[in-house]
Ligand binder design. Structure first.
Ligand code: GLC
Length: 651
């Protein structure tokens, strides 16, 4: 590839043509560009060094970096600088998020503007607007099958309205999170349409094959993502007369990142989102972006190289935009998305703490904490300077993908344990002891795997309790909902609530009558918001009021104390009582004990539990119940009611 002097010449040309002022006005950018260039070149060559158009595409990429910077609004450049003056802006305890579908939440982008007060009241200032770009109705996978990465889908409004909303959010001190669906496009995307029409240039944007030879070879080692609704990983396209790789649904065509043109085109889309004013970019399904026969086609080293390359490029041109890698994979694999080796903390700034999320549900069903504790030595490896998205529910299912050994070390049989969890959370229509009402998602009879759908409230028992009009059960489910939220809000990371959960939405089964949704039961937990129901949050004593005000209070407590920032400052308390999960958050001499009783019986904790953390503490102030607890001698206990929790500060 390029020699040094060749590159020098090219850079000089780039400077001349772009009209950049490397000494004054664009000095900071040019410094960043030059600092990152050697790594960008190295990473690019690792992947595309042997590709016939590798060199040309590298030069094009440099051009894209300059163009992205030049088309960045002044206001966003200023925001970039402001973020840089803070330690690491996204670790702050002052941030709290919510993920939502604009149409199901507000109607459209215009109406979203008038809903911002809802978030302000709740204490949410980071919005994940679920995919907004054009996606064919009925074949949309909730917007994750994109047919135009730059055109806002008419059902939400226009690009201008999105920009207006973002501006209003920024003015109010809020942050914006959007997705880039990196792994695939809709089969209606222009590239796919051209490929279908027989254009070989665009067929090379996807994995297309004349016969089953290579697809069969791939299939031998590839698992299925949606085994019920989209079995297999390839789809025959009659128009093109070829097989095409479709790992998710048949209408989602996997992009071929061995082609550098695909990489650059998608990088330019990333910059496009950066320049819309996105503060955190969620890279959808990054684990899947590199494919190789003989492997599962997930988590391959080249996928990490590509993400590192993206991170480097973003740092040059849109540096205020942080990166979230949506890798919902095995615990050890998730950790690698933060970067490894010399790239530690140089890949994704955020990942979903999917392991802890699933283990919270494990604890809620089993009433025991060992499996969760067995996972901590992996989870705690998160490098300083990176952060988690912490959550109890999101738009997706709950996967039970943590390792078997974590279950075995707790003295349980992994197969039976997962069987128990699936039975506990899925409602078969028969009378069953579990209070939870969810459903199995993507059951795979070949492997026995299944995931779980359902809203936070339904899985915590509210749906059943309301149907039975059982007041104590309603109380208990609210207690569970708030405990689950508290656990993820105080854990460390950016808490991301899921819309509807703040007012206790139970499952919505209307998706079953919509042919574009009925094959996907994740829609049961993606409600259409009824603002009359939401208004009940203001009537004291209603379910909506109790859940909303409780959630709001949790976020308030978190915002008050800097030790809840994600400074990698969490340690787990030893399990004096196996039903109680407890962690300590610290900063300097300050500390806060957060303890959660996952069982349906009262749980007792002695002074020793707190003493073990060094300084000991006899007098503790609970920020949740606003009361003081004294646990002085060995006869005195902290008693946690069923599903109770405390946020305790030593006094
Ligand atoms: C991600 C999304 C999920 C979608 C999938 C395919 O996992 O969260 O909703 O189905 O990617 O795009």
């Amino acid at each position: 590839m390029s020699t040094d002097s060749f590159l020098e010449n090219h850079l000089q040309n780039l400077l001349n043509q772009s009209g950049l002022d490397p000494k004054k006005a664009d000095k900071e950018f040019w410094n960043r560009f030059q600092n990152h260039l050697p790594i960008i070149q190295r990473l690019f060559e690792e992947i595309y060094g042997n590709h016939p158009s590798g060199e040309q595409e590298f030069l094009n990429l440099l051009q894209s970096l300059v163009e992205a910077y030049q088309s960045r609004e002044k206001g966003l450049k200023k925001r970039d600088q402001e973020k840089q003056t803070q330690d690491i802006w996204f670790l702050s305890n002052k941030l709290a998020g919510m993920s939502l579908y604009v149409d199901r939440f507000a109607g459209d982008l215009k109406k979203m503007k008038s809903k911002l007060s809802h978030f302000e009241e709740l204490g949410v200032n980071f919005l994940h607007l679920m995919p907004l770009f054009e996606s064919p109705e009925g074949e949309s996978d909730g917007g994750y099958a994109v047919s135009d990465f730059r055109k806002v889908d008419a059902r939400f409004g226009t690009l201008e309205e999105l920009i207006e909303l973002r501006k209003k959010m920024h003015q109010k001190g809020m942050y914006l999170l959007l997705d880039i669906v990196l792994n695939h496009t809709s089969h209606h995307h222009e590239w796919a349409r051209k490929a279908k029409a027989g254009d070989p240039h665009y067929q090379d944007f996807f994995y297309t094959y004349d016969n089953r030879w290579i697809p069969n070879e791939f299939e031998e080692a590839m698992p299925e993502i949606f085994p019920e609704s989209a079995p297999g990983n390839f789809t025959w396209n009659e128009e093109m007369g070829k097989w095409v790789m479709t790992v998710f649904h048949t209408y989602q065509w996997d992009l071929n990142y061995t082609n550098p043109k695909v990489f650059r085109a998608m990088l330019e889309n990333i910059f496009f989102y950066g320049n819309l004013g996105v503060d955190l970019l969620r890279i959808d399904a990054p684990a899947f972006i590199w494919k190789q026969t003989g492997t599962t086609c997930q988590n391959l080293p080249q996928a990490h190289t590509l993400l590192r390359l993206i991170k480097q490029c973003v740092q040059v041109s849109t540096p205020g935009m942080a990166i979230l890698g949506e890798a919902i994979v095995a615990p050890k694999e998730i950790m690698k998305y933060f970067g490894t080796g010399e790239f530690i903390a140089q890949e994704c700034d955020f990942a979903y703490n999917a392991t802890q999320m699933a283990l919270q549900w494990d604890m809620l069903a089993s009433g025991e904490t060992q499996v969760m504790l067995n996972a901590q030595h992996e989870i705690l490896q998160k490098p300083y300077g990176t952060s988690w998205i912490t959550y109890t529910r999101c738009h997706d299912d709950i996967g039970l993908g943590y390792d078997n050994y974590m279950i075995e070390q707790a003295g349980k049989d992994p197969f039976r344990h997962r069987q128990f969890l699936k039975e506990y959370y899925s409602f078969s229509g028969e009378q069953w002891m579990s209070p939870a009402r969810g459903a199995l998602f993507s059951s795979n009879p070949k492997t026995g795997d299944a995931r779980i759908s359902g809203t936070l409230a339904s899985l915590c028992g509210l749906e059943k309790a309301q149907i039975e009009n059982n007041a104590p059960a309603i109380d208990q489910s609210i207690q569970k909902i708030l405990m689950m939220q508290a656990h993820s809000i105080f854990l460390g990371g950016l808490p991301m609530l899921f819309y509807g959960d703040e007012v206790g939405y139970t499952n919505d089964y209307s998706y079953q009558n919509d042919p574009g949704k009925s094959y996907d039961n994740r829609w049961m937990h993606r409600p259409k918001i009824d603002w009359e129901k939401v208004a009940r949050k203001d009537q004291a004593g209603t379910v909506e009021n109790r859940i909303f005000s409780g959630t709001k209070r949790l976020l308030e407590i978190r915002k008050e104390y800097a030790l809840f920032s994600d400074l990698s400052n969490i340690s787990w308390m030893s399990p004096h009582n196996i039903h109680v999960a407890g962690f300590v958050r610290r900063i300097g001499n300050e500390r806060m004990y957060c303890v959660f009783n996952f069982s349906d019986k009262a749980a007792y904790l002695t002074w020793y539990a707190f003493r073990e953390q060094g300084e000991g503490a006899e007098k503790l102030y609970d920020h949740w119940t606003n009361s003081e607890v004294i646990i002085g001698s060995s006869q005195e206990y902290l008693i946690l009611e069923p599903y109770g929790f405390r946020i305790l500060e030593p006094r």
